[in-house]
Design a protein around this ligand. Sequence first.
Ligand SMILES: [Zn+2]
Ligand SMILES: [Zn+2]
Length: 345
Amino acid sequence: MRAVVLRGPNQFAPEDIPVPEIGNDEILLEMKAAAICGTDMRILTGKKTKGVRYPSVIGHEFCGIIAKVGSDVKGYEVGEKVAVANVIPCHHCSSCLHGRTNACLNRKAIGYEFDGGFEEYIRIPGICIENGNVVKLPDHVSFAAGALIEPLSCCIRGLRNAGTGFNDDVLIVGAGPIGLFHLQLAKIAGARKVIVSEPNEQRRKVAAELGADIVVDPMNENLEEIVKRETNGLGMDVIVMAIGVPPLVNPTLKLCKKGGTVNLFAGFAGTGECKIEVNTIHYNEINVNGSTAYKLEDYLAAAEMIKSGKIDADKIVTHKFKIEDFQKAYDVCVAGTGLKVVIEP
Ligand SMILES: [Zn+2]
Ligand SMILES: [Zn+2]
């Protein structure tokens, strides 16, 4: 079969490798769609190495059709359309025992410890199936939308961490795929007003189409003034940083209402270091938090929202490439001209 094999930082190309053998407790999935994530880009370029094996096949946002079922696996059949939650928590570490399975200390994941989505056939390990991570999808959900359940579930976790709720004024910094999911989720959660700040015109246009109340071009408009005007000078209840640019953190903190929350959702570039006027946090009692991965409950919620059409995932997919054209897909991601880029077999 064909697979994009990662042999080291910046060393990846489609190769012929054997179709994985599966054990009695495993499933073989025929990949139909695998989306490229910002994290994948950081892995491909060697900026992220934690948990990454060489050689390996990465890709953690995927969906497909069951091609083979091990003899001990119950409840799944060949031919079923499924999406797979890639994060497998241990359920016995300190994080798991405190309900933070998303931050499991012994976490294993498809796309890291196990080969991931950028290949024709993916082996789904027994511990993943046992954990309930394999989710069946109805015909009307596209394979690409199925692949995007994973990033949507991360956004649901972020939104829960940010505490977004009824009547909140929400600012989303960055309208990439993640920012656009946060926008849709904030509206569903009951936000009064959602402001989206994004320099790219195409992305601003999609944000407006997906229900943003105000879209701001931070290069040519004064975001601070707009926030003041729209919130009677009070600032935002919730701010989600959906872009990891360290110098933006300090000015963004200043847009938060007293007692509000800033969620640092994105992974930040470089060492992530930046200068912060900590008194902004201190005197305004601002809650600053982060968000990592998702719990299974987030993944299942994301799957339901995509199944029911409450979240439009297909609108976020702008490019599709074959495995053979992975380099082209990579180039589109580097250029930042599209939104979500999806690989198909
Ligand atoms: Zn991802
Ligand atoms: Zn654990």
